[in-house]
Design a protein around this ligand. Sequence first.
Ligand code: ZN
Length: 352
Amino acid sequence: MVSMDPDYSRQVALKDIGAAGQEKLARSRVLVVGAGGLGSPVLQYLAGAGVGLLCIVDDDSLAPSNLHRQPLYELADAGKAKAELAGTALAKINPGVRVETHCERFGAANARALVSDHDLVIDCSDNFRTKFLINDAAVLEHKPAVFASVYQYEGQIQVYKPQAGHACLRCLWPDATIDGLVGNCAEAGVLGPVPGALGAMQAILALEILLDIGAQLAGELLLVDFLNFSTLKLRAPRRKGCGAPACCLIQGLDADDATLEIELRSLDEALTRGWQILDLRSAEEVAARTIEGSHMPMADLLANTASLPAGPTYLLVCATGKRSLAAARELRKAGFSVRSLAGGLARLHGSG
Ligand SMILES: [Zn+2]
């Protein structure tokens, strides 16, 4: 009869792991932010490896367009909360692993508490704002973090390990960032297995950090291009003075979003309020689905805010609500009365 108990013999057989290493994994607590294309393989591999506690934070629900890069899920579950679905799937892979699920957004309000409560945080998010929030919380709480980003056929991966003097995200990109200016998967497209491969690499690095084996990308940034299968390691020097406040801008990050974003059932509600609709999508996106209001691609808007009349309240609209939120932050800084359509057109459409 086949045993139904978790069996770690194939990794325990590695001389750097052994029974002692397996016990280390069983005692480990890992926070995974994002249960999407990167999070799928990260969660599956870490559950399979017997990491003691996996905490999943994701406020999104499953969409059919996710499935080409998120094999953790099934089409029949479209519309359900991903964090819950991931928790159920992991319990089947390894009932010996404790799974905590948070169907909420990783934001400035909960970032530090979540990060401080775990041994390691893995960034499986798809936006720069979340990545920098994770960074800031990791720097402030002196916790290691594994970052990955994916764009179309490419990815990059970085480890922040404060004890080992690694550079943090802000050491490399001190002037970051207006989220939404760079395409995300919804807008730029991505080949499904690319985040899968990067996520698998994050899982490897996570296990090596928990087990304290290997070089763990110390002082390096790894770039991978899956169109020509090239990899490049760049030097990633730690900035002098890395730490608060230079590498921790967390304080100013999230406070205003609640008052910037608005949920609407239809765009008519905005018109009824006398708001002016600005559609920030690209010409191609507009051609595929036209809406009321003026069309002004995001880059044009940000380059021409000075010529925008200051009187009306603007409702910024894009496909998923990310570009519009990023642009709304900039317009508010510039003194405009502005709101961002939460969830973008995708959510309007979803609610009929
Ligand atoms: Zn830094």
